[in-house]
Ligand binder design. Structure first.
Ligand code: NAP
Length: 248
């Protein structure tokens, strides 16, 4: 059965920035598929609330770093709704450590989820996105991928990789009417940044001209624009949402 509503997949869509994106797209009339790895309670709560308010939503557990999980995720979306129009690659992890102390395993785990995971989801989603006729891929990177960051050689490498990969997919898929763009958040208040020390937070705040940390909704609004018809002539670009922290 094919849905008449556009279908959006948000990886890691049950918490933090991903949850704000899922809520925003739902409010705009998308059918929203929330992928999660461990946050089943949050994913189920999102779906229950969506259904209670007359929306259409589905939660699917999958580790985006595992090819068979990603294949199952996309197959579940197609068997449930018959289409996929928007993919937001939001899922990501940090495992920080200075270069001198970071283990090879820490490096590999972050690359596996934050870089290979994005590649796997894009690869498995491309065919249905082509069939959409107006497919959208929106990848969540980070300003760390543009400017580097202390203790994040793994994370910055993965996020810089996502930016280069997105430009390549944008070029390859332009003739198939799929646009591919990147949103690079600065410091956004979520559980990912909650775990940073007060001294790191204070020093980050001094670098932000708008003098506040961002909220997940600040990122969701940019994603919403890129997923909309208003953004149909934009592809291969990276949009920084960071309160002015990085200016070149
Ligand atoms: P978060 O709440 O920890 O969200 C991360 C999400 O990724 C979680 O929902 C998690 O799902 C999911 N995830 C992690 N590994 C996964 C895997 N292998 N398979 C499927 N899902 C997985 O943190 P956040 O701040 O909202 O981060 C969202 C994105 O924004 C990340 O890509 C992050 O790098 C990026 N970002 C954040 C900031 C910031 O300041 N917060 C800045 C720049 C970029 P489960 O809980 O189910 O595991």
């Amino acid at each position: 059965m094919s849905s008449t509503q556009k279908v959006a997949l948000v990886t890691g869509g049950a918490t933090g920035i991903g949850l704000a994106i899922s809520q925003q797209l739902l409010s705009e009339g998308f059918t929203v598929v929330v992928n999660y790895q461990a946050s089943q309670v949050a994913a189920d709560a999102f779906v229950t609330s969506a259904l209670a308010n007359g929306h259409v939503a589905l939660a699917v557990q999958a580790n985006i770093g595992v090819a068979s999980d990603v294949a199952r995720l996309i197959e579940t979306i197609l068997s449930s709704f018959g289409r996929l129009d928007v993919v937001v690659n939001n899922a990501g992890i940090t495992e920080d450590g200075l270069m001198l102390r970071m283990s090879e395993e820490q490096f590999d785990r972050v690359i596996q989820t934050n870089l290979k995971g994005v590649w796997l989801v894009c690869k498995h989603a491309l065919k249905p996105l082509m069939q959409s006729g107006q497919g959208r891929i929106i990848n969540i990177a980070s300003v760390a991928g543009l400017m580097g960051n202390f203790g994040q050689s793994n994370y910055a490498a993965a996020k810089a990789g996502v930016i280069g990969m997105s430009k390549t997919i944008a070029r390859e898929m332009a003739s198939r009417a799929i646009t591919v763009n990147v949103v690079a958040p600065g410091f956004i208040e979520t559980r990912m940044t909650d775990k940073l020390s007060d001294s790191i937070k204070e020093s980050a705040l001094t670098m932000i001209p708008l003098k506040r940390f961002g909220q997940p909704s600040d990122i969701a609004h940019m994603v919403s624009f890129l997923a909309s018809d208003k953004a149909q002539y934009i592809t291969g670009q990276t949009f920084v949402v960071d309160g002015g922290m990085t200016m070149y």
